[in-house]
Ligand binder design. Structure first.
Ligand code: FAD
Length: 377
């Protein structure tokens, strides 16, 4: 199948990666983004080897210029900082990266402009819906304009307007919010590790810290239960979070105290779209399968989707092939991420001790299914 006019809706990590992937397959596209520019989200992101491999495959190694390659990840106990489990993050062919989210998006945007043309990304264009007419698809925008395309790729995130056409069920609120802040590493010395990801698990809550920006800053994520979802990106004071983290180890409390104010993100997920590419409309990333961030895989799976979709583009069985390649994978990752909602937050007791013993005994290859090929020696 040849698609001459492809519209990508959403200039997030998924949509921009798709635009580069399409260029590699000789396909032109235009990306429509609702915001007037790339939002300056100052927080960090973990890009695991399975996703980094996709970006390497597109020749985007330079995107990681300021990223950190953490040596490992430690799971620790909330009250006494005991290390419960360690994962070696260097055992894969492609590195595990932690970095500033905006640095990745900027590198992707530059690549899209290079590969698809300087005007390929159109800002200030909010899509309000699509209609598949069989031999073409109409894309409507809030400003009243309509674009015609041969294929629309919905990469417009959790509340996808493109996906609205075939995903009437609303996203599922998890009952938890994530509070995020970036701290100077210098200030966090003695509380955090400059060379690894640390996750503290405790009753109803967990906390994650990892280095970004070549190790000069620390990204902090502090989760709390909340009956009602707050609006995305509202702030919470460290003082109020410290009230929720009473009794936690001084390292965790110290990091929260350093943050002063943290941005809040309510956490949602939703069962993966059963047919992510139907007719002339395909969904990728959070538009197709928003997942809880407990395995740090939402953006990683968006990247995997984008690469797979580009690979299926010219195949006559493209939609079926894309679903067959992606659905079993995203279902498994989404389920494993959802399981963290309970497993990470167990109250102290028998079940928590069983979980901790399993973490201590986990084999080095336990996450190879997720991260991909280990380094061959
Ligand atoms: C606290 C937290 C921590 C996380 N940490 C990680 C991590 O470490 N690693 C990881 O892999 N994932 C992580 N994730 C998940 C990750 O952020 C998302 O899964 C990822 O951003 C999804 O990318 P996307 O491109 O599909 O969607 P988005 O990033 O949501 O991008 C969608 C884009 O579409 C635009 N858009 C939306 N609606 C419209 C419209 N109607 N018209 C035009 N444009 C539109 C948006 O403005 C946006 O630019 C985390 C999530 C949270 C909440």
């Amino acid at each position: 199948m040849t698609y001459r006019r492809i519209a990508v809706v959403g200039a997030g990590i998924g949509g921009l990666t798709a635009a580069v992937g399409l260029a590699r397959r000789g396909a032109r596209c235009v990306v429509f983004e609702r915001h007037r520019g790339i939002p300056e989200d100052g927080t960090g992101i973990q890009i695991s080897p399975n996703a980094a491999a996709g970006l390497y495959g597109l020749g985007l190694e330079a995107a990681f210029a300021t990223a950190v390659r953490p040596a490992g990840r430690e799971i620790r106990r909330w009250r006494d900082d005991t290390v419960l489990g360690r994962t070696d993050l260097t055992r894969h062919e492609v590195p595990y990266f932690t970095m500033r989210r905006a640095a990745l998006v900027r590198a992707l945007l530059d690549a899209v402009r290079r590969e698809q043309g300087p005007d390929a990304v159109r800002f200030g264009r909010r899509c309000i819906g699509v209609r598949d007419e069989g031999d073409h698809v109409l894309v409507g925008f809030e400003d009243g304009t309509v674009t015609t395309a041969d294929l629309v790729i919905g990469a417009d995130g959790l509340r996808s307007a493109v996906g609205g056409a075939f995903r009437p069920d609303p996203p599922r609120y998890s009952g938890h919010v994530a509070c995020r802040a970036v701290l100077p590493m210098e200030a966090a010395r003695g509380l955090a590790e400059p060379d690894r990801v640390v996750v503290w698990l405790g009753p109803d809550r967990h906390c994650v810290a990892y280095p970004i920006d070549g190790g000069r800053y620390l990204n902090l994520v502090v989760t709390t239960p909340a009956d009602q979802p707050t609006a995305a990106s509202t702030v919470v004071s460290a003082a109020s979070l410290l009230g929720e983290y009473r009794g936690w180890h001084p390292a965790v409390r110290g990091l929260i105290g350093l943050a002063r104010q943290l941005g809040r993100w309510p956490l949602y997920d939703r069962a993966p779209a059963p047919a992510p590419w139907r007719g002339r409309v395909a969904l990728i990333g959070d538009a197709a399968h928003p997942m809880l961030p407990f395995l740090a895989q939402g953006a990683a799976q968006a990247i995997e989707d984008a690469v797979a979709l580009a690979g299926c583009l010219h195949r006559p069985d493209g939609p079926g092939r894309f679903a067959a390649e992606r659905l079993p994978r995203v279902r498994r990752v989404a389920e494993a991420s959802h399981a963290g909602l309970r497993a990470y937050h167990l109250p102290d007791g028998t079940e928590q001790r069983r979980r901790d013993r399993a973490m201590t005994a986990a084999r080095p290859e336990a996450l190879d299914w997720l991260y991909g090929s280990p380094v061959r020696v």
